[in-house]
Design a protein around this ligand. Sequence first.
Ligand code: GLU
Length: 308
Amino acid sequence: MTGLSSYDLAGLVEKVREHTGGEVDRSIPALASADADLVAVALVSVDGEVAASDDAGVLFSLQSAVKPFLFALALADSDGAALDRVGIEPTGEAFDAIKLESGTGRPPNPMVNAGALLTASLVDGDDVAERDERILRGLSAFAGRSLEVDEEIARDEHLLGDRNHALAHLMRSEGTLTVTADDAVAVYARACATLVDARALAVMGATLAHGGRNPLTGERVVSAAVARDVVSVMATCGVYDGSGRWMRSVGIPAKSSVSGALVLAAPGVLGAATISPPLDERGTSVRGHAAADIISADLDLHAFGGLC
Ligand code: GLU
């Protein structure tokens, strides 16, 4: 995509500031005290062009925006066998619904908490420390720079994530989770606590959009087949029970998160990321959604846009 670096992101940020609705998540202290006025956007094309708004270097925790990348690493490390352990159908329910696939006891899909607890347990590593290390290394390769974990957020997510502990125990009882419930929550919590900025998250999205190759470093992070599987599931389940509405209006596979981050992957074109903490009732950033609507229209990125 040529001319991306001249896209008027300052104008876009001003436009989406007019959307004042939504509530900041209060599940852990770091999220409750997030700056509700922060709005940052970054775009990275598959040929390495970057556009970033003023605050695109402000750090925030990935939270559920990590889920596509955990799924990617689990698929890569299991040679695709992760697909036998987790479903890929949308739930139409909230991110932390206490619900497993009927008949199999598998988590419904990798974009909800049950699925991400499971995929985080499938990455290479014999114990929590080895899986933590593998995930941080993998996420850093997606981002094209060394990422770090916010230890306080990781600890709070681990301690306060009662529903995640419940989901992990439920999967243990079904025999679908093979590590201990506490180990599963610890690894997932730490992955959620990985710090990125909008620019790094856009590079991560661009790596998926580029078939698994990081467009800035040139590193092949996962295979094209893995990237295709991940982006497909983002398209159908990435915005939880708002995924249908999202695909209709934005038309770009994406993943939302309680920190107010969104990561988007427009196959073969670009990756994008937005951060704005106030969330709608389905856990999607209000201003992020507005920004994605505008970016999709301006750059003609809707997957089915050719129909009109
Ligand atoms: N850390 C959050 C949790 O597991 C992530 C949820 C989200 O971002 O939607 O509760």
